[in-house]
Design a protein around this ligand. Structure first.
Ligand code: FMN
Length: 335
């Protein structure tokens, strides 16, 4: 009897201790954060553009490959997860070709593409055994990425940090599952182990968390940014395109500090596309801090190891709770 071939999701899960990917974040994630994450069996990541030059980006890739090899050598009984690099596939990214060549040279295991999904890129990543996950906010973009041959779709729902979508996570996931049986990752507002289980139950293979990882000891966010997240309520997140021209979620107090009328922006939402961006992209993200609605449930800055340990415990406890509920159900009427 021939064994059923393993799915791409199963192959990735085998290398992980929890079905979670720590999302790439502009100006926040770096090899220190990514290696701490991979060490605990969760995929860690960073955007290529968090380094100013391709030469410096290459240094990070060497640091990651050496770091992962070292972790595997020193922790033979632990699952050390692969790492991911985020590439902005858009004509405004002048480094795309150069960065992609470095990715192929250093065989980066997981590539997360944003904006464009191109079959050339997918072929190059497949040539050395890597996989491509593409992030989308709606099924139309997912269909284009699937046609380009990506291995997985990251469904970014309403309330996510960064360039979020506007769709309810359940509806978005159903929309994507209807057309795709590859890897699906769900993003937006998740902060706990039970959130990860909920994503799995809904049909996702992995959960994706950004904002939760800003508040870790290893993240590059400045202390005031972490504190603002701890102090924020979900209603302090403003979805607006006024900052960079593309709608994204930002912390209300940081918008106010930068001179924006946050209440007006909140009312206008994505229609604030009419407003002119006030500064360039990098300056905007440095001064105006992005976060998702998951801030409601973040009130500490643990180490990555402590956070992931807690997420694993919460995930297992939630699973046990569901099993116990099922076992406790009274038997139905006898026939
Ligand atoms: C500060 C910040 C910066 C981000 N930068 C990027 C980025 O450079 N590239 C990218 O693909 N996504 C970026 N994102 C989006 C995340 O990768 C992810 O989709 C999102 O954080 C998930 O939602 P959550 O924050 O509610 O967990 C960013 C998010 C935040 C909060």
């Amino acid at each position: 009897m021939t064994a059923t071939p393993k799915s791409a999701a199963d192959k990735l899960k085998e290398q992980m201790a929890l079905p979670l990917i720590a999302a790439p974040m502009f100006l926040i994630s770096n090899p220190e954060l990514a290696l701490a994450t991979c060490k605990e069996g969760v995929v860690g990541s960073f955007p290529a553009l968090n380094q100013r030059t391709a030469a410096d980006f290459e240094k990070w890739l060497v640091e990651m490959n050496d770091g992962i090899a070292e972790l595997k050598k020193n922790n033979p009984d632990k699952k050390i997860a692969p790492y991911a690099v985020n590439l902005i596939v858009h004509k405004t990214n002048p480094r795309l070709e150069e960065d992609l060549d470095l990715i192929v040279k250093h065989k980066v295991p997981v590539i997360i593409t944003s904006l464009g999904a191109v079959s050339d890129l997918v072929d190059k990543v497949h040539s050395y055994g890597g996989i491509v996950l593409h992030d989308v906010t709606n099924v139309e973009h997912a269909k284009k990425a699937i046609a380009a041959g990506v291995d997985g779709i990251i469904a970014v729902s309403a309330g996510a940090g960064g360039h979020a979508g506007t769709m309810n996570p359940m509806a978005l996931l159903h929309d994507i599952r209807e057309v795709f049986d590859g890897i699906v990752v769900l993003a937006g507002g998740m902060t706990t182990g039970s959130d990860i289980l909920a994503a799995e139950v809904m049909g996702a293979d992995f959960a994706y968390m950004g904002t939760r990882f800003i508040c870790t000891a290893e993240s590059a966010a400045e202390p005031a940014y972490k504190q603002m997240i701890i102090d924020a309520k979900a209603t302090d997140i403003v979805y607006t395109s006024a900052v960079s021209g593309i709608p994204a979620n930002f912390l209300k107090p940081s918008l106010e500090k930068a001179g924006f009328d946050a209440e007006t922006l909140k009312k206008e939402g994505a229609t604030a596309a009419k407003l002119k961006p006030i500064m360039n992209e990098a300056a905007a993200w440095k001064t105006i801090w992005s976060a998702g609605q998951g801030v409601v449930n973040i009130d500490d800055t643990p180490t990555v190891a402590a956070l992931i340990d807690r997420l694993k415990q919460e995930h297992d406890a939630a699973e046990q709770k569901v099993i116990a509920r099922k076992a406790a159900k009274p038997a139905g009427p006898k026939p």
